[in-house]
Design a protein around this ligand. Structure first.
Ligand code: NDP
Length: 239
């Protein structure tokens, strides 16, 4: 489905981003993932996924990375802004650093990568951008003011950039995952996990593949007339 397409997935070393990268690669795309600290396993080499250390919050590093992908392939067809982090806590105990780190990765990172690829996509007269937000960017969540704000900002950003780039044949959409089984959610205690599970009408925790399938759809020709949308992939949590 994506034979020869040049794809960047940010934060693709683990979790949801890894599932997205593997889905693109198995559909014939040329995929490069970024990460911040991980040691990457050989499994990526085996399926031809390239990887580069690049802090999404570092504007200059993102430009250097994106330029290197464009130099190598001559284009960028698809950007998935997936890199994200949490630093949870009630507002009264949330430090300035906890706020800044989450906003810089989750929101500024999306700005950095989108800006870095947009000139190339405009000159190509085509492109797909998918931003990974969260259902808590829609609903809010006690103990996650920084994270919820960062993800709500991604929704506003998505709609604005979709309007800016629509006439250039560039689709910009957003996926809001619910509760997905990754390292990010594994650190929650069992009581919190059970509490979240109770709010999911489908009564199961999502998998990275559930998000990857939605990304494949939004980046396919089948979604050519869809832009500026927020797709909740959450087993019915938010409806
Ligand atoms: P994980 O914690 O499992 O993986 C996070 C990924 O992001 C890793 O690849 C990590 O790299 C990378 N990353 C983090 N910070 C940076 C940074 N500054 N620069 C570059 N890469 C970075 O998270 P998930 O897979 O669970 O989450 C993926 C996305 O989905 C995030 O945006 C998250 O907010 C969102 N999401 C997740 C949900 C869930 O239930 N899991 C629910 C809703 C949204 P490294 O390995 O080097 O640390």
């Amino acid at each position: 489905m994506f034979k020869g397409k040049v794809v960047i997935v940010t934060g693709g070393s683990r979790g949801i981003g890894k599932s997205i990268a593997e889905s693109f690669a198995s559909n014939g795309a040329k995929v490069t993932v970024t990460y911040k600290n991980s040691i990457i396993s050989d499994s990526f080499d085996a399926i031809g996924i390239k990887y580069a250390q690049c802090d999404a919050a570092d504007t200059a590093a993102v430009q250097v990375f994106t330029d290197s992908v464009i130099k190598e392939h001559g284009r960028v067809d698809i950007l998935v802004n997936n890199a994200g982090m949490t630093k949870d806590g009630l507002l009264m105990r949330m430090s300035e650093a906890d706020w800044d780190n989450v906003m810089n990765t989750n929101t500024k990172g999306v700005f950095n990568f989108t800006k870095a690829v947009s000139r190339q996509m405009i000159s190509q007269k085509e492109g797909k951008i998918v931003n990974i937000s969260s259902v808590v960017g829609i609903t809010g969540n006690a103990g996650q003011a920084n994270y919820a704000a960062s993800k709500a900002a991604v929704i506003g950003f998505t709609k604005s950039i979709a309007k800016e780039l629509a006439s250039r044949n560039i689709n910009v959409n957003c996926i809001a995952p619910g509760y997905i089984d990754t390292d990010m959610t594994n650190k929650l205690n069992d009581t919190v996990k059970q509490g979240i599970l109770n709010t999911i009408p489908m009564k199961r925790i999502g998998e990275g593949k559930d998000i990857a399938e939605a990304v494949m759809f939004l980046c396919s020709d089948n979604a050519a007339y869809i832009t500026g949308q927020i797709l909740c992939v959450d087993g019915g949590m938010v409806m």
